[in-house]
Write a protein that binds this ligand. Structure first.
Ligand code: SAH
Ligand code: SF4
Length: 367
């Protein structure tokens, strides 16, 4: 008879008090919990490697827990190795992506908060697929833990985290906030909320709630249009929370937290990059409380959209600047790593077999 064995739980699915209890039941002192979490934060590759723990405890930990809830199934690199994109399989079979971007003085991880996204923006690969499920806090955090473990191998540290991967973080509110607290935990990664960006399509009540959390994160609003008629189409949640409400919520967030709000604008040629769009944006935002990031659209398959030319992008940026706003044109990290959210996953699910490292292709099942 074959007995199906269930995989042990991932270690980060335990709260600190649950880990202490587990250790206590094995006659271990309370400080062991701190030791285990410290090893996780420093990038220990296994429980075996936690060598100031007694050998029998290490064996029990290895038998009782998995080091991560995530199973890496595909990896691709871009920007001469400065960008790494990983596709992870979650328990239950869904997959999510995380992208590490290395710069001279910082290493930023872009993480996912949901499988797919319920908002359904037409220019976004994630929005085009079906919504799967919310990630739990430890599944979000494990993306950072895994990335920091990989960075530790080359003596680097993860310094920043942006919630700009798959999913709408404000539609998975409590686990996202819990994961930000885990990121900040000095026993683990110690990544201050000041180095975390939460990007949202604009769930107004959640923005107000986030302002009250006493978490000094940067809020990024994915605006993409400064008139309701266009934004209703580009970011469909706008039909529920129109621009006037969204900008008021962002202004309140800036006032309550003392932190300037970022506005993301994916530039789609001929759709939202005209003088009229720039002027409308200039009228909508308060220059003292906002910063505009222009993101050239990263092409995805099966859409009619087009990205801007270098010239039209520069002209659009200048026009917004002339309206008194701060503007940054963002680089397009990882274009050749399918960097726009949802793209590596979309390709692997299709199974066209182009994966770097020869990792799982067509066999991936989005159950
Ligand atoms: N759901 C959240 C966070 C994830 S998307 C949000 O929309 O803010 C992160 C950012 O990537 C958003 O600003 C989104 O508009 C942008 N984005 C999505 N698809 C893109 C593409 N193909 N090219 C460039 N940016 C894209
Ligand atoms: Fe969802 Fe953001 Fe993509 Fe829109 S852009 S579908 S909100 S992930």
């Amino acid at each position: 008879m074959v007995i199906a064995t269930q995989a042990p739980p991932p270690i980060m699915s335990l709260r600190p008090d649950e880990l202490r209890e587990w250790l206590d039941a094995r006659g271990q002192p309370a400080f062991r919990a701190k030791q285990v979490r410290g090893w996780l934060g420093r990038g220990a590759p296994s429980f075996e490697a936690m060598h100031d723990l007694p050998a029998d405890l290490r064996a029990e930990l290895a038998a009782g827990f998995r080091l991560s809830s995530l199973d890496p199934v595909a990896e691709s690199e871009a920007d001469r190795g400065q960008t790494t994109k990983l596709l992870y399989r979650l328990d239950g079979g869904y997959t999510v992506e995380a992208v590490t971007m290395r710069y001279p003085r910082r290493t930023t991880l872009c993480i996912s908060s949901q499988v797919g996204c319920p908002i359904g923006c037409p220019f976004c690969a994630t929005g085009q697929g079906r919504f799967g499920r919310n990630l739990q806090a430890h599944e979000i955090f494990d993306q950072a833990l895994d990335a920091s473990r990989r960075e530790a191998l080359s003596g680097r540290r993860l310094s920043h985290v942006v919630f700009m991967g798959m999913g709408e973080p404000m539609a998975n509110y409590a686990p996202v906030v819990d994961s930000i607290r885990l990121l900040a935990d000095p026993e683990l990664l110690g990544i201050s909320p000041r180095r975390v960006v939460v990007s949202t399509a604009g769930l107004v009540p959640r923005i107000a709630q986030l302002a009250e959390e006493k978490l000094p994160v940067t809020l990024a609003i994915s605006l993409h249009a400064a008139r309701d008629e266009l934004r209703d189409y580009l970011v469909p949640i706008n039909r529920r929370y129109p621009l006037a409400e969204l900008v008021a919520a962002a202004r309140d967030f800036a006032r309550t937290t003392g932190r300037r709000v970022s506005y993301e604008w994916v530039v789609l040629a001929g759709v939202n990059d005209s003088d009229r769009d720039a002027d409308e944006l200039g009228r909508l935002l308060d220059p003292y409380l906002s910063h505009v990031n222009l993101i050239p659209w990263n092409p995805i398959e099966e859409t009619e959209f087009k990205g801007p030319t270098r010239l039209s992008l520069a002209r659009f940026a200048d026009r917004i600047r002339s309206r008194g706003l701060n503007v940054t044109v963002r680089d397009t990290r990882g274009r050749d790593a399918d960097a726009a959210c949802g793209q590596l996953r979309a390709r692997v699910l299709k199974g066209d077999g182009r994966d770097a490292e020869g990792a799982a292709t067509g066999s991936e099942v989005d159950a």
